[in-house]
Design a protein around this ligand. Structure first.
Ligand SMILES: [Fe+2]
Length: 270
């Protein structure tokens, strides 16, 4: 079976360094959070300086630039009448009393990081981004240089990847720049692995695997980005390749305050 839901830690440890995306639940979802209604999140994020915006519709998404100026000052209804996507880079900034993500660090980020540590993982960076996708929007086809735990919080999305990612993007090409990341034209339905995700669904998206995500309706979600994720000191195969190719660790200088070492130091002090 290609569609897979990983529900035990033992299975997660067997699956995290594979290539085919999977859903996560039960033991592998050691947190929950009561988010405010998505409208309230949209209205808050559209006012935030650090929010970036994406315009465009399905398959025609201006994914590369920041279109936030188009959306500033727009009401929720106006936004819903256009094609909008919002990205907010660090959920913990809005974790303050009375704000939309109050309590997130304690209720979500710390349990997740604690879970990883408890089971032998370390990382160079790990943080949570927020993402809102308006109706009939899509991400472009792309690969990420991080392992991503994709948490679809509210609304319906379709997360597309491949049944055999290595056939379409072998290791040697996986690490090319965004310009080289173009959806192959000769795809058939059987080549694509699509997960329909609904409220409160978690999906593990492997580093450097091609994917694109459709949002037929308004959705809100959280992405946990992991750089330099190691189990018992070992990177996943593709990230090891990335390090070998670059000749250095691309993660160390990137949000070092979110590393497992810093997390452990803080935990030891409390
Ligand atoms: Fe992605």
């Amino acid at each position: 079976m290609v569609h897979k839901t990983v529900t035990t830690t033992a299975e997660f440890l067997r699956s995290w360094d594979a290539r085919v995306n999977f859903l996560m639940a039960d033991e592998c979802a050691p947190f929950s959070f009561q988010f405010p209604p998505t409208q309230q999140i949209v209205e808050r994020l559209v006012r935030e300086e650090k929010t970036t915006g994406i315009t465009g519709q399905l398959r025609d998404t201006g994914d590369r630039g920041n279109a936030m100026e188009v959306f500033r000052g727009m009401s929720f209804d106006d936004l819903m009448a256009t094609s909008f996507q919002l990205r907010y880079p660090d959920v913990t900034v809005l974790d303050r009393p009375g704000d939309i993500f109050a309590g997130f660090t304690q209720q979500v980020l710390e349990p997740w990081k604690g879970y990883l540590l408890e089971h032998g993982f370390t990382w160079d960076r790990c943080y949570a981004l927020a993402r809102v996708s308006g109706p009939n929007t899509c991400t472009g086809y792309h690969m990420d240089r991080s392992n991503v735990l994709f948490w679809n919080v509210c609304g319906r999305k379709v997360f597309h990847g491949f049944r055999d990612p290595d056939r379409w993007v072998p290791l040697a090409q996986a690490n090319q720049g965004r310009e080289a990341q173009i959806m192959p034209e000769d795809l058939s339905d059987e080549d694509v692995l699509s997960y329909e995700v609904d409220d409160n669904t978690l999906l593990w998206n492997h580093l450097l695997t091609p994917h694109w995500v459709d949002a037929p309706e308004l959705t809100f979600g959280i992405n946990f980005s992991h750089g330099g994720l190691r189990h018992n000191g070992r990177l996943c195969r593709y990230e090891q390749h990335l390090y070998d190719t670059l000749g250095r660790n691309p993660n160390e200088a990137w949000h070092p305050e979110t590393s497992s070492a810093v997390f452990q130091e803080k935990a030891a002090r409390h």
